[in-house]
Design a protein around this ligand. Structure first.
Ligand SMILES: C[S@@+](CC[C@H](N)C(=O)[O-])C[C@H]1O[C@@H](n2cnc3c(N)ncnc32)[C@H](O)[C@@H]1O
Length: 335
């Protein structure tokens, strides 16, 4: 330690660091009840969520409200007092709304894009922003989260990335913990088809043309979607969002149920597209199970998937008691 008055022999590094402009007001920990945090430029907002300001926040509020409703329906203590992971946090739109209930130190905002985590660090000081790899694991500890949310993230991930993040979130939430994700479904395939028709008719803009190119063979993709396989159009999303894992992805309710079930989470409820947000919403719960029961559930899921895929003729040949089990596991609760 040097005394304040003593001469210091400095290195170039020490001089450079000491020349930094002193902050006039050090940043305090964000408090959304006290003041609205600064917003990113509108073009950044639109690039990440397709809308900005009031429209962007209205969707975020509807999502967080749906998360709160699901937690209440589950008898979960709720967001206040929970440690919450916002996966794929982007510029922090969902995190801003979560902060109305979650303490900044209990909120973890993770994204692959270091520019976004930097933005979150600056605009929401005091929360835990972390940059993650496109495919897990993260540095977070087993069972360290009570709740994890991912809005409009799994709607962009390849099948393998989706499954890997399902396993990671199953690792991160504690038993009884809840994961809420959104996905897009068959309506996106209708949009691609409509866009292709518009392009063929010479009536398209840049966005329409880009959507038209996501799935060249929509009929084949639709068939595989209906067979409950995640369908992925590898477009990339700019920057670190490379096409090996990022693009447009559609997933059915049963695909979600199977992938997340295999990861160790049960589908508690499913809210279809438009009810109340623009994507379908899945609420998944990590249950504590004995290995034998877990293996039994996995076998039933595989059977259900096989039956679902092989059409009516095979279904007719499945004995009645087995069909009853399949029907039971096929129907998660709706809110
Ligand atoms: C469409 S934006 C949604 C942002 C935010 N959830 C919201 O609704 O405001 C998708 C975000 O997920 C991030 N992302 C994409 N792949 C990811 C991955 N494998 N792991 C973590 N974040 C990812 C992107 O960088 C981007 O910020």
């Amino acid at each position: 330690m040097f005394g304040q008055g003593e001469r210091v022999v400095t290195s170039a590094l020490v001089s450079r660091l000491a020349s930094g402009v002193p902050l006039t007001v050090p940043p305090g920990v964000v408090d959304v009840a006290l003041a609205a945090p600064p917003n990113p430029p509108e073009q950044v907002q639109v690039q990440f969520v397709g809308q900005s300001f009031e429209r962007a926040y209205a969707e975020a509020e509807a999502f967080v409200t749906a998360v709160g409703e699901a937690l209440r329906a589950l008898g979960h203590p709720g967001l206040a007092g929970s440690r919450v992971l916002d996966l794929g946090s982007g510029w922090g739109r969902i995190s801003r709304v979560l902060l109305t209930e979650v303490s900044p130190t209990a909120l973890f905002a993770a994204d692959v894009d270091p520019e976004m985590t930097a933005l979150v660090n600056v605009s929401l000081p005091g929360i835990n922003a972390l940059t993650v790899a496109p495919v897990p694991p993260t540095v977070l500890a087993d069972g360290s989260m009570d709740v994890a949310v991912a809005f409009s993230v799994f709607s962009h991930l390849s099948g393998p990335a989706h499954a890997a993040w399902a396993r990671e979130l199953a690792r991160l939430v504690r038993p009884g913990g809840v994961v809420v994700i959104t996905v897009i479904g068959e309506e996106f395939l209708d949009l691609v088809e409509g866009s292709q028709a518009a392009v063929a008719g010479g009536d398209s803009d840049g966005f329409t043309a880009s959507v038209a190119a996501v799935f060249p063979d929509v009929a084949a993709v639709r068939a595989r979607f209906r067979a409950d396989e995640v369908q992925f159009g590898a477009t990339g999303g700019g920057g670190v969002r490379t096409r090996d894992y990022y693009g447009w992805a559609v997933a059915s309710r049963r695909a979600v149920e199977r992938i997340w079930g295999d990861a160790g989470l049960d589908l508690f409820c499913w809210r279809p597209t438009g009810e109340p947000i623009s994507q379908a919403l899945a609420v998944l719960v990590r249950t504590e199970r004995r290995p034998v029961a877990q293996a039994g559930r996995r076998a039933r899921r595989s059977l259900r998937h096989a039956v679902g895929r092989s059409g009516d003729r095979l279904r007719a040949r499945v004995p009645r008691p087995v069909r009853a089990v399949v029907r039971r596991v096929r129907r998660p609760r709706q809110l």
